[in-house]
Design a binder for this molecule. Structure first.
Ligand code: ZN
Length: 271
């Protein structure tokens, strides 16, 4: 599943090339997770002003409203001057005078939704519950700790919920908790300020590093320029059950939390 770093890498791969482009047409394939919300013909002639990201949504600002794109479980975006005829898993072509942005999404949990503004009910329904962005300077150690103090669930579950800070998906939650030396099952409200500060720093580091490295590629992520990421090659704990901890040599353990696999070192990560 594409996580925040992959979505950010995808954004960086085409944002500057599509900015200023004029939309010729939007062609949709099979139904995605939600309907577009307007007649695609109404987008014709509109300019794409810029591409932003909020959580795992890409926001294409148009002269009138915006398009919200989500990659779902298996989606990828590719922007190229020309595209081949759409295949069975290509479900959106945004054709512009500078190229075509194509959504390839075999499982069709992705989405392309138009909203009149970011404050509209359509956009708020998708973006309204999202926590702060981890990488733009608005993520503060003090408010992070204050928010954790109000939660009695396991810290990994609290991170995955995304309402305190967005983008800490399954891989990155395991990695950040390892870096901070915190057991994933520890109740969030039992984490002291110094440990919370270490986790805060670890979240920023693990996500920034993943963006730098081109996003992770545990399954089928390919960035819009066709390069696969390689974060998994140096994961400390994720996907390494039974293998020796890179710090202390203890075999990495795998447990299931909320139907998702969690990986941790029972020696380095304390309750
Ligand atoms: Zn260890």
């Amino acid at each position: 599943m594409p996580e925040l770093p992959e979505v950010e890498v995808t954004r960086l791969s085409f944002a500057s090339r599509i900015a200023g482009a004029t939309v010729h047409r939007l062609a949709l394939g099979k139904p995605l997770r939600w309907p577009l919300g307007l007649d695609p013909d109404e987008l014709q002639g509109q300019q794409v002003l810029r591409v932003r990201r909020r959580g795992k949504y890409l926001l294409l600002d148009l002269q009138d409203g915006l398009l919200l794109l989500h990659l779902g479980m298996s989606g990828s975006l590719n922007f190229a001057p020309t595209q081949l005829a759409p295949g069975p898993h290509d479900h959106m072509d945004l054709v512009t005078d500078r190229g075509t942005l194509r959504l390839h999404d075999p499982r069709r949990f992705g989405a392309v939704v138009w909203a009149p503004s970011e404050d509209s009910p359509q956009a708020r329904k998708l973006l309204g519950h999202l926590g702060v962005e981890p990488l733009n300077g608005g993520f503060e150690a003090a408010s992070f700790h204050a928010a954790l103090r109000k939660r009695s669930a396991a810290i990994k579950q609290v991170l995955l919920a995304g309402d305190i800070v967005v983008g800490v998906g399954n891989i990155y939650a395991s990695e950040a908790l390892f870096m901070a030396g915190i057991r994933p099952t520890l109740k969030a409200n039992r984490i002291s300020r110094p440990r919370s500060d270490r986790l805060h720093a670890a979240i920023i580091e693990v996500l920034s590093r993943a963006v730098q490295q081109g996003g992770s590629s545990l399954r089928d992520f390919v960035s819009a320029e066709g390069k696969t990421g390689y974060f998994q090659l140096e994961a400390a704990v994720y996907g390494r059950a039974g293998q020796p901890c890179r710090v202390c040599g203890t075999p990495i353990r795998s447990i299931v939390q909320g139907q998702r696999s969690t990986f941790y070192c029972p020696t380095c990560q304390k309750n």
